[in-house]
Ligand binder design. Structure first.
Ligand SMILES: Cc1ncc(COP(=O)(O)O)c(C=O)c1O
Length: 384
């Protein structure tokens, strides 16, 4: 069989972090070795029972068995608009400013194809969600990694971006509450970010996938910042908000011109989201406010328990402000996050994600995902 070479585009990407971790897990399973998995942000909590019932009923509807409209169902867009108004006091026109997605990753990765030309710069956070890198590379962009440093509370220092990069930048990805560092962005920073994008004509792709996983201050929508609608598109996900990762549904919203560009890309790639999933997603937004409250309580209890027990024991610096991630500085004796994660797997049978996998400025840290119950966390704490 002829061995076709992969495209330069693909070979220029590092192995997708979670695919690599999956391989390690499979290895352990094949050897019959038990392990504790704190590596992937896939919640163990069930999606709301009524949403699943709704999905089952909706699947029987013959209309839902056909291709779905590219723009998403009117009813789902209306639910998103109502929820957005209630949650952020932001009005979105459901006919022009909202686009349902096959999960937010799909939209985040396809979006640059609409606006970024070969050679434009894409500014991506480091550490950051690995999807942004693929998005930039697929669109032919040059990548500039913005360091998210502990001393800056994991916010990018926009003043440090070289003038030559800012002038050629087309898009900036920003994500708060942040994966992997867990921090929430203050309004002051978001105002500076919007002013920065407006000044340099940069599109702001604001990833708000974790907007509902907070424990203290409520995360903001970028559209709570005056002027944001001129330059921003915001991404939301049902994956984390309703523990619906497998359903594959999310949405993009905001600037009409940006939303339209993404729609145009999508009409060339996919043929909509299964109608029953759209119905179930709309139902979740309309009816499941209490579910979100309960979910936050569970994640907060886990966070408090885990952090109290690992802080000042194995780890000195531990960050766990929002999301279900804990971002911890490596114990001193370990030189790299890969070395530490290997040690955790081999000696403790715990799988966690090495910081370097999120970009070079993630080095020196490890990420724990608290996506298993307290009993399992207790076992992990005892081993750590
Ligand atoms: C920061 C961030 N954005 C987006 C996503 C993608 O979520 P989904 O495609 O499931 O909506 C994830 C998933 O882990 C994430 O961590």
């Amino acid at each position: 069989m002829k061995n076709f070479e992969l495209s330069k585009r693909l070979t220029s990407l590092p192995p997708y972090l979670f695919a690599e971790i999956d391989r390690q897990k499979k290895d352990l399973r094949d050897k019959g070795i038990k392990f504790i998995d704190l590596s992937i942000g896939d919640p163990d909590i069930s999606a709301p029972a009524a949403v699943i019932d709704n999905l089952y009923q909706a699947a029987k509807n013959k209309e839902n068995q056909k291709y779905a409209l590219d723009q998403g169902k009117q009813a789902l867009r209306a639910s998103i608009s109502r929820w957005f108004l209630k949650r952020f006091a932001v009005t979105l026109d459901e006919n022009k400013e909202i686009l349902p997605l096959i999960g937010s990753k799909e939209g985040l990765v396809h979006f640059p194809l609409a606006f970024v030309n070969k050679g434009d710069y894409a500014l991506i956070p480091s550490p950051g969600y690995p999807g942004y890198r693929g998005a930039a590379v697929f669109a032919g962009a040059k990548i500039y990694e913005m360091p998210l440093l502990e001393k800056n509370n994991f916010l990018p220092d926009l003043d440090k971006i070289p003038e030559s990069v800012k002038n050629k930048a087309k898009i900036i990805y920003v994500n708060y509450p942040n994966n992997p560092t867990s921090v929430v962005a203050p309004l002051e920073f978001l105002k500076r970010l919007v002013a920065f994008c407006a000044k340099y004509g940069i599109i702001l792709a604001y990833d708000n996938a974790y907007s509902e996983i907070y424990f203290e201050e409520k995360p903001l929508s970028i559209f709570e910042v005056p002027g944001a609608r001129e330059i921003a598109i915001e991404f939301h996900s049902f994956s984390k908000t309703f523990c619906m990762t497998g359903f594959r549904v999310g949405w993009a919203c905001g600037n009409e011109n940006l939303v339209n560009g993404l729609l145009k890309v999508k009409t060339n790639i996919d043929s909509g989201i299964f109608g029953a999933i759209q119905d179930a997603a709309g139902y979740a937004l309309d009816k499941e406010a209490v579910y979100m409250e309960d979910m936050r309580k569970i994640f907060k209890e886990r966070r408090d328990f885990f952090v109290q027990n690992i802080k000042n024991k194995t780890f000195k610096n531990v960050h766990a402000q929002a999301t279900f991630y804990v971002w911890a500085k490596l114990p001193r004796k370990f030189k790299s996050s890969i070395e530490f994660s290997k040690y955790l797997i081999q000696e403790k049978r715990i799988i966690a994600t090495p910081g370097i996998g999120f970009g070079k400025y993630g080095e020196g840290f490890i990420r724990f995902a608290l996506t298993c119950d307290k009993q399992v966390l207790k076992e992990a704490i005892n081993l750590l």
